[in-house]
Design a protein around this ligand. Structure first.
Ligand SMILES: [Zn+2]
Length: 308
């Protein structure tokens, strides 16, 4: 069944399908379209197909911003409907899109993952990636785009600028999403903080009038959404540091549990627990790289401590 997503025009020829995860349809020459992300499953694919039909467009390219299952899960369905579509994605992310079992595998520390980590939220249907793309100006499907390095939320995530529209993917989240998930998912926190600055600089340098986050409502206030995201990451980093002090040499699980209390995280299922564990690991790695905490092993346990 197609999902009930709302189709809105962000700017002339740039449309968004708003849902739990947002996707975009960019008009190309001769009634063609470039798609940016495809949602989490075939239902999203069906909604995108319906939207394309209502606009009278045929897709030629799918740009995958990153490899989280909820952003490319519609690819397989759309490729069955439109077999000539070219799929492009950044390096590393491309490998996971081709082999979606890698996402539950990394969330379970490389081991064969628990079945609870293999739902469609975390494991999409596989999709080919025909070409790997790097950040920079590029013409895809006859449309001039700027691909922007916004790694951090995912290891090699790209955002996409089309004229005055910035399709930010998960470089920034909408306000409601941050309220619901006070520990925004991140795999490289230094990258995530740099990506916030990149989003702000790109918006300012190109007179961006509207920004579409991967989750949440489109906004014309790019400064506000960037500030909100920076505040969320800073608050989470502070919570991790406080947890390191509170647990006095605790391990990653102890730090996660303490942050769960401070930030009010809900962790009542194994998927959410492991997503948070991954993000807390990213914060601990970041703080250690910054020289602010140390990692010590003793008696078969890893102890995180505030650096002397
Ligand atoms: Zn994501």
């Amino acid at each position: 069944m197609a999902r009930d997503l709302s189709l809105v025009e962000l700017s002339s020829g740039v449309h968004a399908l708003l849902g739990g995860v947002n996707t975009a349809i960019v008009e190309g020459p001769g009634k063609t379209a470039v798609l940016v992300d495809t949602g989490q499953d075939s239902d999203y694919g069906k909604s995108i197909k319906k939207a394309l039909a209502s606009l009278g467009l045929t897709p030629t390219v799918i740009v995958c911003t990153h490899s989280h299952a909820d952003h490319y899960g519609g690819n397989a369905y759309l490729l069955r409907q439109f077999p000539d579509v070219e799929v492009v994605a950044p390096p590393i992310e491309a490998n996971i899109i081709r082999s979606p079992e890698l996402e539950p595998i990394y969330l379970f520390h490389g081991a064969s993952p628990l079945p609870e980590l293999q739902s469609k939220w975390l494991r999409a249907a596989p999709s080919p990636v025909h070409r790997e793309v790097e950040a920079g100006a590029v013409t895809l499907g006859g449309v001039a785009l700027e691909l922007i390095d916004t790694r951090g939320h995912a290891h090699r995530q790209l955002a996409v600028r089309v004229g005055d529209v910035l399709l930010a993917a998960d470089a920034v989240f909408g306000g409601e999403t941050l309220t619901r998930y006070p520990l925004p998912f991140g795999q490289d926190i230094a990258g995530q903080l740099a990506a916030h600055d990149t989003v702000a600089a790109t918006a300012a340098a190109n007179a961006v009038t509207i920004l579409l986050p991967g989750h949440g409502a489109p906004t014309s206030d790019t400064r506000a959404i960037v500030a909100l995201n920076k505040a969320a990451v800073t608050r989470a980093a502070d919570a991790v540091l406080t947890a390191v002090d509170q647990t006095a040499g605790g391990g990653t699980e102890d730090v996660l549990a303490a942050c769960g209390v401070t930030l009010g995280l809900t962790m009542d299922d194994l998927a959410r627990y492991h997503l948070n564990y991954c993000t807390i690991s990213a914060y601990l790695g970041y703080l250690r790289n910054e020289g602010r905490i140390s990692a010590e092993l003793s008696a078969g346990r890893l102890h995180w401590r505030r650096a002397a």
